[in-house]
Design a protein around this ligand. Structure first.
Ligand code: MEV
Length: 283
């Protein structure tokens, strides 16, 4: 029987970078998916090859197609790895999938908190602490707007820059991470309550700390400012920084205004739904 599997992309909502250093983050799986089926692979096959080497049989041929561009920072590496492992071993538990996929990501990329792997497997919106907690959150109707900067972030380089900063100014960076952890805990509560005004303010605070950390960019700042000036509850970069996407929370009556402002500032609005289902067998 021929099977197909798919796994969702993700957006980091709170806690990027700090999560690499043991603090919590909040991530949501998105409606854009990556699909794996039988066939000759094309493009970057590193993750497919690693999945076959770990769980598959030699000579196995699987290919991946994506409903989203790999440049958005939606986590295509983790989604393809998870979908491929599920394809090879459909009966694997989520825990087995996580351990195998996280190992592959670390082997290939060298670093990473695994939050994107968790999102691809479990779906929904998750509170995540590396090697400790993967906790589903019950979130309804998150009014999220996403703007792409047009610039692909170099996650590995940004993580290395942050790690250098940590060596140079450990106390300062630890304080930033503690502050991000505190606001992430607050966001966890307020998101479940659906208090988007407050969650938006917390996004603003998170963005202040990310700017301090040196991972924002002019383009991100101009899209964030445009969203805020158009009445968004709050806005921040999402992911490693330097490019990729910014996210914003809006009062639904303001959505169009905020989206137009992001477009006018040179961003590309991407329509996705948060809280998507995790990895699944399609057929
Ligand atoms: C990158 O999308 C988010 C980082 O926190 C890295 C990671 O958690 O793996 C910078």
């Amino acid at each position: 029987m021929k099977i197909t599997t798919s796994a969702p992309g993700k957006l980091m909502l709170f806690g990027e970078h700090a999560v690499v250093y043991g603090r919590p983050c909040i991530v949501t799986a998105i409606s854009e998916r990556l699909t794996v089926r039988e066939g000759n692979p094309i493009g970057d096959t590193r993750f497919l090859d690693a999945a076959i080497a770990l769980w598959g049989k030699p000579g196995m041929k699987i290919s991946a197609t994506s409903s989203f561009s790999g440049t958005y920072g939606f986590g295509s590496s983790s989604a393809v790895t998870v979908a491929a492992l599920k394809y090879i071993r459909p009966s694997a538990s989520n825990r087995e999938l996580f351990d195998a996929a996280y190992k592959i990501i670390l082997d290939i990329q060298g670093k990473g908190s695994g939050f994107d792997v968790a999102a691809a497997i479990y779906g929904g919106t998750l509170y995540y602490i590396k090697n400790k907690i993967i906790e589903p959150m019950n979130i309804k109707n998150m009014p999220l707007v996403v703007g792409y900067t047009g610039v692909k972030a170099d996650t590995v380089a940004l993580m290395a820059a942050v790690s250098e900063k940590m060596k140079a100014q450990p106390d300062r960076v630890e304080r930033i991470y503690d502050a991000i952890a505190k606001l992430t805990e607050d966001a966890k509560v307020k998101m479940v309550e659906g208090d988007w005004e407050r969650v938006g303010r917390l996004m603003d605070f998170n963005q202040d700390y990310l700017r301090d950390l040196g991972v924002s960019s002019e383009k991100l700042e101009s899209l964030i400012l445009a969203a805020k000036n158009a009445g968004a509850c709050g806005a921040k970069l999402s992911g490693a920084g330097g490019g990729d996407c910014m996210i914003s929370l809006v009062d639904e009556r303001n959505r169009k205004k905020v989206e137009d402002a992001i477009t006018k500032a040179g961003g590309q609005v991407i329509h996705i739904a948060p809280g998507a289902q995790g990895v699944r067998l399609e057929s």
